[in-house]
Design a protein around this ligand. Structure first.
Ligand code: ARG
Length: 243
């Protein structure tokens, strides 16, 4: 009898727990190593570890969705995803529509070219074809400082959905330059025949983003980031992905 009661309550408890286990849908764009990329069919990287660690701490599961970078904020607004974790820079424009966590990483922009062609920064004066990822801060920088300022014809700016295609086009000489976040450019110099010839000091900070007013989730993510920083786990992840 006692045994049966035990069994019944065990089943009940596990049922209750599974009913309450929460899954958050995390939106990212996974051509941004070492923050998010695909390896062996899995989404891996610094950001992916970060959100999974916070999930472990607060008991939620993470389901990753890989979508184009410029669709991330619209997807958050329509409720298709719950959290953006995509090396997304906290900008004033974006803050008007979404709520960002505290910063968890900093970056500048890089001027990346093909390796071994003795290229330097003067390439920018020779009306190069420049690749960017659509809707990124790199896109914004080139648009504002080169196109709108009249230094570069509009048609010289090529917008890509993924950095994989942009890097492929650079290596194949379809474009001459990519402007992208420095930590990611650094990483591409280790995996592809590319090099960095200049840094644009943009002083960007990455944050995770949630839909406006989703305060409980935002607080939890902020607390999670802080705890990871204080426990040294954040440093471990930096060591794992950036050293
Ligand atoms: N930090 C830049 C931005 O916010 C680029 C981010 C690109 N992220 C990605 N997962 N593709 O615009």
């Amino acid at each position: 009898m006692l045994k049966k009661a035990f069994l019944v309550s065990a089943i009940l408890i596990s049922f209750v727990f599974s009913a309450f286990s929460v899954t958050y849908v995390v939106g990212t764009e996974a051509s941004f190593p070492p923050f998010e990329y695909v390896e062996g069919g899995e989404f891996v990287g610094f950001d992916m570890d970060l959100i999974r660690e916070i999930g472990k701490m607060y008991g939620f599961d993470v389901e990753i969705r890989d979508i184009s970078f410029d669709s991330l904020i619209p997807s958050l607004m329509t409720g298709n995803i719950d959290i953006i974790v995509a090396g997304m820079t906290i900008t004033e424009e974006r803050e008007k529509v979404v709520d960002f966590t505290i910063p968890y990483y900093s970056a500048d922009q890089s001027i990346m070219v093909r390796k071994g062609e003795d290229t330097n920064l003067t390439i920018l004066l020779r009306k190069p074809k420049i690749g960017v990822q659509t809707g990124t801060t790199g896109d914004l920088w080139v648009t504002e400082n080169l196109i709108d300022a009249g230094f570069l014809p509009k048609t010289n700016l090529i917008r890509y959905d993924t950095f994989n295609f942009a890097v492929r086009d650079l290596v194949n000489k379809n474009i001459d330059v990519i402007v992208l976040d420095n930590p990611v450019a650094e990483r591409f110099t280790k995996t592809d025949p590319v090099e960095i010839v200049g840094i644009i000091k943009t002083n960007e900070n990455y944050g995770m983003a949630v839909a406006p007013g989703n305060e409980d989730l935002l607080n939890m993510l902020n607390e999670g980031i802080t705890k990871l920083q204080e426990s040294g786990k954040m440093d471990d992840l930096i060591e794992k992905y950036f050293k």
